[in-house]
Design a protein around this ligand. Structure first.
Ligand code: CTP
Length: 448
């Protein structure tokens, strides 16, 4: 009996998949089909697969060509499977020519002709309207955001807005990406887009977001979304009433590894969680906005959302007491800020710095063990679970690609297309709780 094996995502099942499976079956007597998990696809850079794995498996099954369906979830699995299933022929479409030649050491490799004119990517783009996105602000984050958006299908950056013509960033942005920048008329800019990403100075996020929502544009805003709880509640209510998407851009929340870390922490592996300590420091240059803007610069507004995120996700929003303490620079800007939160059954500390450098780590202490994630834990490349027994260590190295933006953009696009789960990665309640802490900070500092 001649055994054939093939692999694919088989998202939004189409004629190309059908033909491939048909021809694969014709190569032998028995066909094994490997269907990828979403996690594995994310690791390969496919961040916006639409169909859940069960649907994709079901669609492969329906063709009647597969004698056996398996799940592919890690690198190196193909070699394992070929040996395990005693496979004679490995096959995939001709878009992969050369890529799998290394498998010739284990079986025959056949590249089948690809069906022209159809792909899952095309279907994803056509089934949903292409999201024309506008950037509000052309500062430091804009080029990174642009580059990362190229890894997400279904979105295109078509315009930018920056009223400041003096800082030179708008000119540079247009030149590099060939995207027009509007300088005066925000409404005109909004007319040319479906959605906006706001990365302007902190104090402008709320106004820009509100205007965009009122004009029925989806909003992804850099943190902090607003300076008060009331403003955050108002924006989420507005978005809900209008049936449009509002998302706070705390990159960490959307990174796959961070999700895994949160889920492992909540799974009971370390017992009851009693303490979360998170530190994020990034020394800012003396002339940067965060070091010179006496009203809205500083460590907390710049970096505080990162360490607050795991605290709010794990300990919740029911704060019994919050204490905020700062070490200020000569101009009164907080260089290093500590936020201590007391909960009924535990406490938490968040530290953020722009003028003090410390070990950036996240420690989640439980009644049976603890999780430790080293810098850059906010991208969550890896983390450990440790126990009383020092010899027992569980190590995790989740998937991570790029600089994290692509996951946030992919989630935004999924939400716009209505195919995202339900926003559990960062809920509106969690984002509002963040605004609550921001408000407390600003009030204590006499800035509200
Ligand atoms: N395939 C094909 N003809 C097409 C599309 C896909 O023969 N028009 C083949 C691929 O070469 C692969 C299998 O179908 O062997 C599964 O491919 P998959 O990556 O799931 O589909 P694509 O449509 O290529 O997906 P995407 O656009 O997400 O890359």
């Amino acid at each position: 009996m001649k055994k054939v094996i093939t692999y694919g995502t088989f998202d939004l099942f189409h004629e190309g998949h059908y033909n491939l499976l048909k021809h694969a079956k014709e190569l032998g007597d028995y066909l094994v089909v490997g269907v990828t998990t979403q996690h594995f696809d994310e690791a390969r850079g496919k961040v916006n697969v639409v169909d859940p794995i069960m649907t994709r498996i079901e669609n492969v099954k329906k063709t009647g060509f597969a004698d056996e369906i398996i799940v592919e979830d890690h690198d190196g699995q193909k070699i394992e499977d070929i040996q395990k299933y005693d496979v004679d022929i490995f096959t995939v479409g001709s878009d992969w020519v050369g890529h799998f030649d290394y498998l010739n050491a284990f079986c025959k490799v056949v590249y089948l002709p690809r069906t022209p004119g159809i792909s899952s990517t095309m279907k994803r783009n056509n089934s949903n309207e292409l999201v024309n996105l506008g950037l509000v602000g052309t500062g430091r984050l804009a080029p990174r955001f642009y580059d990362e958006s190229k890894f997400v299908s279904g979105v295109e950056i078509v315009a930018a807005f920056n009223p400041d013509t003096t800082d030179g960033t708008a000119e540079k942005f247009t030149k590099r990406f060939n995207v027009p920048v509007e300088h005066q008329d925000y409404d005109k800019f909004l007319d040319s887009v479906h959605a906006v990403y706001i990365e302007s100075p902190n104090e402008t996020h709320y106004e820009y977001a509100k205007k965009a929502l009122l004009a029925d544009k989806h909003v992804l805003s850099e943190k902090p979304l607003t300076f008060t709880r009331e403003q955050a509640e108002e924006l989420y209510k507005l978005a809900e009433e209008k049936g449009i998407v509002l998302m706070e851009g705390i990159k960490t929340a959307y990174c796959p590894g961070f999700q895994q870390l949160i889920n492992v922490a909540k799974s009971g592996k370390i017992g009851e969680i009693r303490d979360v300590t998170a530190v994020f420091t990034r020394i800012a240059s003396k002339d940067s906005r965060e070091m010179t803007d006496e009203k809205y610069g500083g460590a907390f507004l710049e970096n505080g959302s990162y360490p607050l995120l795991p605290i709010i996700k794990l300990m919740g929003m029911d704060f019994q007491d919050i204490r905020i303490d700062c070490i200020d620079g000569p101009n009164g800007i907080d260089h290093y800020t500590q936020i201590m939160i007391r909960y009924k059954n535990g406490f938490a500390t968040a530290k953020a710095g722009v003028g003090v450098k410390s070990e950036g780590q996240l420690v989640i202490a439980g009644t049976e063990g603890y999780i430790i994630a080293q810098s850059p834990w906010w991208l969550t490349h890896k983390f450990d679970i440790r126990y009383e027994d020092p010899n027992k260590i569980e190590h995790y190295e989740p998937v991570f690609q790029g600089d994290g933006f692509r996951y946030e953009i992919a989630e935004f696009v999924r939400k716009i297309n209505g195919s995202s789960e339900n926003g559990y990665r960062l809920t509106s309640e969690e984002s509002i709780a963040m605004a609550d802490v921001v408000e407390k900070f600003l009030r204590q500092r006499g800035r509200l």
